[in-house]
Design a binder for this molecule. Structure first.
Ligand SMILES: Cc1cc2nc3c(=O)[nH]c(=O)nc-3n(C[C@H](O)[C@H](O)[C@H](O)COP(=O)(O)OP(=O)(O)OC[C@H]3O[C@@H](n4cnc5c(N)ncnc54)[C@H](O)[C@@H]3O)c2cc1C
Length: 201
């Protein structure tokens, strides 16, 4: 995690209480006890009164994921993204993510590595011929590694974790979501407590 709203749960709880208080959120922010914060956040999530949860935002640097996974990630629209550009960055030494089902099977791994090697050599040749990188990249497999900076607010993260920690999500985005959860859980354990079981498994 690169950055996050300072005291995210206190900010969220102050926003919740301010909805039904004559006091300003600045005063409430200072007065709230740790117990108040937990209780207010739990109540708010239980009621489905989720807009105050949006006041806490989290920014992640995600590295070492495939383009397959970054594509799945950016389908989540309530977020901000800055992705490494393969129009600009040279892919001749790029790394590729090998799914465990392929890595654990010698024959499958051989096929994967042959195709990736072939594509990489083709890319290098095209660039040497004067083809721009932005066009040469069309022959690069989706397994190619990428990096991306992502900002999501806590409400969107709750939704994202619901979908992407679930069993039917793909292994790579599940692993990534679990690492993101591990980070946010350190600073906002009450907001994300429904997902605690994923950190224990
Ligand atoms: C297991 C799995 C399989 C999938 N398979 C496919 C697939 O085969 N093909 C495919 O194309 N996609 C697939 N997806 C992607 C999926 O359809 C969503 O695009 C992705 O999960 C983003 O979720 P979202 O749209 O709910 O949420 P976000 O974009 O994160 O938005 C959050 C919420 O905001 C609201 N919202 C956002 N934008 C709008 C809008 N324009 N109008 C109304 N409400 C809005 C919705 O309530 C939405 O749930 C799959 C996802 C999963 C988890």
């Amino acid at each position: 995690m690169l950055s996050y709203t300072p005291n995210p749960e206190r900010v969220v709880a102050a926003a919740i209480r301010q909805c039904r208080s004559s006091k300003g959120a600045d005063v409430i922010y200072k007065e709230l006890t740790d117990e108040d914060i937990k209780r207010l956040i739990r109540l708010c999530i239980k009621m489905g009164h989720l807009s105050p949860i949006e006041h806490a935002s989290f920014t992640f640097l995600i590295e070492g994921i495939s383009r397959v996974t970054s594509h799945q990630l950016v389908r989540h629209r309530i977020a901000s993204y800055s992705q490494q550009s393969h129009r600009v960055v040279d892919l001749k030494n790029a790394d590729f993510i090998i799914p465990p089902s392929i890595a654990s099977n010698a024959e499958a791994r051989k096929i994967f590595e042959e195709i990736v090697g072939y594509a990489r050599r083709g890319y290098v040749k095209l660039v040497k011929m004067g083809v721009p990188r932005e066009d040469a990249r069309y022959i690069i497999p989706q397994a190619v590694e990428t990096s991306i900076v992502v900002t999501m607010n806590a409400r969107e993260l709750l939704h994202f974790f619901n979908l992407r920690l679930a069993r039917d999500a793909q292994w790579e985005i599940r692993e990534m979501a679990k690492l993101m959860l591990k980070e946010v859980f350190k600073v906002a354990p009450t907001i994300f407590e429904e997902f605690k079981k994923y950190l224990e498994s």
